[in-house]
Ligand binder design. Structure first.
Ligand code: ZN
Ligand code: ZN
Length: 92
């Protein structure tokens, strides 16, 4: 359990450094979590893919992971570390 988990972005397949801010979308049924970069292109893919999965009747919880340097523990936008300054393109 001590080995760090390699996180890959579900949108661009690029690696996400664990100490960088990223977004996780967790399938509450399976516990599988899809991770995405904070950058806009990946966030748009995140919103699109989550929409598609929601239409398939799945239930998700979104997690916002702050960078290791961020002093703000609370999830969300506009944190003290500026992790999520880019507005997330969430389709409602
Ligand atoms: Zn990405
Ligand atoms: Zn932060």
């Amino acid at each position: 359990m001590s080995r760090p988990r390699v996180i890959r972005c579900a949108a661009c397949a690029g690696r996400i450094k664990p100490h960088h801010p990223h977004i996780g979308v967790e399938d509450l049924e399976t516990g599988v979590e899809f991770s995405y970069h904070v950058r806009l292109g990946c966030q748009i893919r995140c919103a699109e893919e989550t929409d598609t999965r929601l239409e398939a009747g799945k239930v998700f919880a979104a997690h916002h992971y702050h960078s290791a340097r961020c002093p703000d523990e609370a999830p969300g936008f506009g944190c003290a570390g500026g992790c999520f300054d880019t507005p997330m393109a969430v389709a409602n």
